[in-house]
Structures are given as C-alpha cells and as structure tokens.
Ligand binder design. Sequence first.
Ligand SMILES: NC(=O)c1ccc[n+]([C@@H]2O[C@H](COP(=O)([O-])OP(=O)(O)OC[C@H]3O[C@@H](n4cnc5c(N)ncnc54)[C@H](OP(=O)(O)O)[C@@H]3O)[C@@H](O)[C@H]2O)c1
Length: 241
Amino acid sequence: MTDDAAPAARPAADPALARRVVVVAGGTGHVGGYVVRALLDAGARVVVPTRRPAGARGRGLPDHEHLVRVTVRDWEQPGEIAAALDDRGWVADAAVASLGGWWIGTPLVELDPLVWRQVLDDNLTAHFLAARALVPLVAAAGPDADPVHVALNGAAATEPMALSGPVSVAGAGQRMLLDVLRREEPGVRLHEVEVLAAVAGDDRNLDPVAEVGGTAVAAAVLGVLADPGSPAVAAVAGERA
Ligand SMILES: NC(=O)c1ccc[n+]([C@@H]2O[C@H](COP(=O)([O-])OP(=O)(O)OC[C@H]3O[C@@H](n4cnc5c(N)ncnc54)[C@H](OP(=O)(O)O)[C@@H]3O)[C@@H](O)[C@H]2O)c1
C-alpha cells in the first residue's frame, strides 16, 4: 500500500510548469486536490472552477496566492472562469479535468435509470462540458504556449467492471471523447491519465485490490503538462493494497 501521509520535502519550482496557468476542473475532489497542490508546489498558477458556493473549500485546497477558486453556476456557460482569469491578467494555457468519481451498486439490468443518468452526467457529460469550455480557452493562448488538456480516467474505462457498469460505460465514452477532440482540435494537446488502481485515502474505495498514492497520480499529470512528447494515454499503475 502506498502511504501519502508522510510529510514530503517541498519541491523546487519546475520551469516547465511555473510558466503555466492551469484550470483544474474537479480540483475540489480527491484526485484533483493532489493535482492542485502539486501544481502550486511547481510554481504554476491555478484556477479551480467548482459548482460549490463560495466558502465551501472542498477537500484540503490550500490558501495560496497563486490559487483562485471560482464558483461556476452552469457548466454550459461557465463565463466565471474567463472573468476570474481576466481579473488577474492570467492567460490559461492548460486544463486538467479530474471529474466524476466512483460508483458501485447493482447489475445493469437492475439499475435505476435515474442513477444511470446521474453517473453518466458526472463521469461523461461533465468531461464533455469541461472540454467544450476549456479546450477553446487554452487554444486561445496560441501555439507557442503549448496548449494542453489532460483528463483523468480509471481502469473501468477498459476493464468491464461488474456492478459499476455506468462508470465503465462513461469511462469508455470519455476516452472516445478525447479521440474525437484530437481529430477536431489539432491546436491543443489532448491526453488522458489512466489511473489503474484506487487512489489511497479515498474512503469510497471499499477493499481495493490495488492502490496508488495521490502524489504519484499528480506527478503523472504534471509530467504530461510539462512534456509535449507525452503519449496520448499515460497509465499509472498501483501496488497490491
Ligand atoms: N478516487 C479514486 O480512487 C480514483 C481511482 C482511479 C481513477 N480516478 C479518476 O480520478 C478522477 C476524479 O475522481 P475523484 O475520485 O477525485 O472524484 P471526486 O473526489 O468525486 O471529485 C470529482 C470532482 O468532480 C466534480 N464533479 C462531479 N460531478 C460533476 C458534474 N456533474 N459537473 C461538474 N463537476 C462535477 C466535483 O466538483 P464540484 O462538486 O466542486 O463542482 C468533484 O469535486 C475521475 O476521472 C476518476 O475516474 C479516481
């Protein structure tokens, strides 16, 4: 099992990341929080859009001069993100979508359609709406800025998970979403970080077979943001829990 609880030495700013302004959709979540903290440690400026009202902090987001948290009322028209960037004179050149989350329940043939719609909304439509808003936003930074969009996904995207059918279906759809975007938006690097194990510390993962530390997942995301030669899909494996 991987242990993220031990205090780590504060890393030095990374020049390839310190120049970046990164919008982290889902930065309030379990995995997104690790990505936000690693980006701040690397010297990046970070914007976290959230549906939560001002004052709701999310899991462990730090107070930091380079972190802006902005409430988005409607992801179909998230004008608050551009407004927050304009307020600070920041130009976003990178986006991370750490959206969705785990669900386990019933076989598909017993699944309540309301649950199906909710899981697809959170795990697939949320990625579509984030890409719809953020891919053009980072493209506008121009080719010299190496605009990039990275989406987190899980093992269920490629492995059919019994009792988690809607998560598997959404994950497979999420991968095709990026494949189509790659054809349509050649000016933006589009990548997936596929997390093949439960992320340690998430109490929604009951008796996981394998675990990976959140810092390892964040390091994979930051590696993709920093390196234009990154693969389309970068997998992060775990260790037996
Ligand atoms: N946790 C794990 O063990 C694990 C393992 C493998 C892969 N992953 C992957 O990591 C990613 C994030 O998972 P997580 O466990 O960190 O999830 P999480 O803790 O539930 O956080 C997900 C975030 O997504 C946002 N969100 C959820 N539904 C949304 C919707 N309908 N519209 C807009 N935003 C929505 C929420 O932000 P607001 O409520 O602030 O708007 C929330 O903070 C997913 O792609 C997942 O597949 C996680």
